[in-house]
Design a protein around this ligand. Structure first.
Ligand code: NAD
Length: 354
């Protein structure tokens, strides 16, 4: 059986890092059919639309989407704003593909142990933030200005909590079987509903240990003792903030992958996989970008959509081995290591795979 992956490389360093991720996927030997499509500024330039209907159709017909990055100064002033790459492509992709679960691992890679900005955060951090992506205060209505008053509305329904919690349980089962559900149940009604639903699901799934933590405490615990976490499950805005905090605990933007997941399709979890960094226009086209976040996003695709834990782990091990061999792109270069290009880093991962 062959899988179909839509490849949306996008703008800036997107094409450079995505090419390396595709190269590594091919080297695993997994049967994947890749199909490329335009997205972002490059799509706007050639079609007038940052998310052409053909691109969306391809994504809908694929098993998974491999996404690079989009946007850049060239398109910052496009009018109307709804045609700017980030607004006209990223947001509709999330809603059209129903990508309601954002998964962001924060894992220390052994050779970069010292990169954490936290003094004393010695040892390996290996956690996942599971953020609800299509509900809560970012989407609730009304959202309006009334003179000197402004209103945002936070709304959650039982089914929205249930479906993301279900994904969190599934991911916890592939890891250490522990979930910390984060809310603000001492103040917010939506958080009380959240806690109620997660508690019911915990009773029904006793193989996973579930605890609850208030968001302010969680922000502190991520700095104090990030090793205590396995899966952090939380709503949209808390997840937005905590996932950035958690990812920086490991210390390097060019190394962090992510997945945005929807429901299972034909028995497979549909998802869009992308590095957390942007299109880095300052280094685009120079072969200076670190492709490891894109490569690790491809590993997440194998893990979550294709359930291929073996090849996913093989890629992770190969990435660590390339770093252990002291190869570094410019962003993580330090004295005593060897500076390599984007392509050379991809080649090194492929060599380690073999
Ligand atoms: P950015 O992540 O693109 O860059 C921030 C800094 O990190 C830059 O100095 C860049 O050179 C560096 N950097 C980022 N990725 C790197 C990599 N793989 N290797 C080495 N260095 C790397 O963030 P920004 O500068 O705020 O945004 C640039 C553009 O990207 C903007 O148009 C923004 O809207 C867009 N953006 C897109 C996405 C996305 O497509 N999902 C996400 C964030 C930002």
């Amino acid at each position: 059986m062959s899988y179909k992956v839509a490849v949306l490389a996008g703008d800036g360093i997107g094409p450079e890092v995505t090419a390396e991720a595709v190269k590594v996927l091919k080297a695993t030997g997994v049967a994947i059919e890749f199909e490329e499509a335009l997205v972002g500024g490059i799509a706007y330039d050639s079609t007038g639309n940052p998310l052409p209907p053909t691109t969306l159709d391809l994504c809908k017909s694929a098993d998974a989407v491999l996404f690079g990055a989009i946007g850049g100064p060239k398109w910052d002033n496009v009018q109307p704003v709804t045609l700017r790459p980030e607004i006209g492509a990223l947001l509709p992709l999330r809603s059209e593909l129903n990508l309601y679960a954002n998964v962001r691992p924060a894992k220390t890679l052994k050779p970069l142990l010292k990169a954490s900005p936290l003094k004393g955060a010695e040892g390996m951090i290996d956690l996942v933030v599971m953020r609800e992506l299509t509900g809560g205060i970012y989407f609730g209505q009304p959202r309006e200005r009334q003179g000197d008053k402004a209103i945002d509305t936070c709304v959650y329904s039982r089914f929205e909590v249930e479906r993301i919690a279900k994904q969190a349980f599934a991911i916890a089962r592939q890891r250490r079987h522990e979930i910390v559900s984060v809310d603000k149940a001492n103040v917010l009604e939506t958080s009380r509903l959240w806690r109620e639903v997660v508690t019911e699901m915990a009773t029904a799934n006793p193989d996973v240990k579930v605890t609850h933590m208030l968001v302010d405490n969680c922000a502190m615990q991520l700095i104090r003792n990030p090793k205590q976490f396995d899966v952090i499950l939380t709503e949209n805005m808390f997840g937005d903030i905590l996932s950035d905090e958690a990812s920086m605990v490991t210390g390097s933007l060019g190394l962090l992958p992510s997945a945005s997941l929807s429901d299972a399709k034909g028995g497979k979890l549909f998802g869009l996989y992308e590095p957390i960094h942007g299109s880095a226009p300052d280094i685009a086209g120079q072969q200076r970008a670190n492709p490891l976040a894109a490569i690790l996003s491809a590993a997440m695709m194998l893990q979550y959509t294709f359930g291929d834990l073996t090849n996913s782990a093989r890629i992770e091990v190969a990435v660590e081995a390339a770093l252990n061999a002291s190869l570094r792109t410019a962003d993580i270069f330090e004295k005593g290591t060897r500076l390599v290009s984007t392509k050379e880093m991809g080649d090194a991962v492929v060599a380690q795979l073999k």
